[in-house]
Design a protein around this ligand. Structure first.
Ligand code: HEM
Ligand code: HEM
Length: 202
């Protein structure tokens, strides 16, 4: 069994964590401003949100293809199940929230513009009621996502500083030797000294 997630998954995990946290703050700033900054914030919010959707899809494919390191065997079953459930919810939010954002703008009849010349097609028909519902759902799920991330962060820190069981390190970049000395590459066996060949005398 591997001792940590494959490099591609670890890189995706931390890149996406930064993007998602930035997006939560961009979203909150967007809805609490009436200044001209709104236009720049939403122009950033749409393409970043769609990038998160694509990265989440790629991450799920990689995750199914490569599996995950096992949780510590002494972790109670209920906590193993809770971890699994929380991870599934995190994946659902990473995929669902951007899709709801896209659907919300489609229902409102707003273009989902990613760059000046690139607009995504609508994914639901125009409907004012649906727009209102999706707008509320987007806000509620974003809030729940934030709470879930805080819980996830807390549990990760408990693993690191209370249980000290190596779970945080499965998502980290420390050298294998620092995780578990037994994983260290075996030291190169010293080459036997080769005696210089005797040069025949003149
Ligand atoms: C992981 C991705 C996303 C996150 C974390 C996120 C987060 C947020 C948050 C926190 C808000 C403020 C909600 C509130 O207080 O009611 C918001 C609003 C909004 N989001 Fe997202 N969002 C994401 C993806 C998207 C996408 C992909 C789109 C569209 C393509 C989108 C469009 C919007 C719009 C239009 C608003 C409302 C702006 C307003 O009413 O003034 N979001 N988002
Ligand atoms: C936006 C923020 C974050 C999201 C969406 C997120 C999402 C996820 C998901 C979905 C997994 C499950 C991986 C899998 O089995 O495929 C995971 C694992 C993990 N995450 Fe996060 N994460 C975030 C932030 C953080 C932070 C801030 C930390 C720690 C400081 C952290 C530490 C970990 C660790 C240690 C694992 C492996 C745990 C295990 O295998 O049970 N994550 N994360």
């Amino acid at each position: 069994m591997p001792h940590r997630f494959p490099l591609a998954i670890r890189l995706l995990h931390w890149t996406m964590a930064l993007l998602i946290i930035a997006m939560l703050f961009i979203g909150a700033a967007m809805v609490s401003t009436a200044s001209p900054a709104y236009a720049s914030l939403i122009a950033l919010h749409r393409p970043l949100g769609i990038a998160i959707l694509l990265l989440a899809a790629l991450r799920l494919v990689l995750r199914f293809a490569t599996g995950a390191p096992p949780l510590p065997a002494d972790l109670p079953r209920v906590q193993q199940r809770a971890a699994r459930g929380a991870h599934i919810l995190l994946y659902l939010a990473m995929i669902g929230l951007p899709l709801i954002g896209w659907a919300m703008l489609s229902a409102g009849g707003y273009p989902v513009r990613l760059t000046a010349g690139f607009v995504l097609p609508p994914i639901v028909p125009r409907d004012a009621l649906a727009y209102g519902l999706l707008r509320q759902t987007h806000g509620l799920i974003a809030f729940a996502f934030f709470a879930l991330i805080l819980g996830h962060l807390t549990v990760a820190l408990i693993h690191r500083f209370v249980r000290r069981d190596g779970v945080l390190e499965t998502m980290g970049f420390a050298r294998a030797a620092a995780l578990d000395p037994e994983l260290a590459e075996p030291e190169e066996a010293d080459e036997p000294e080769v005696e210089p060949a005797e040069t025949p005398g003149p």
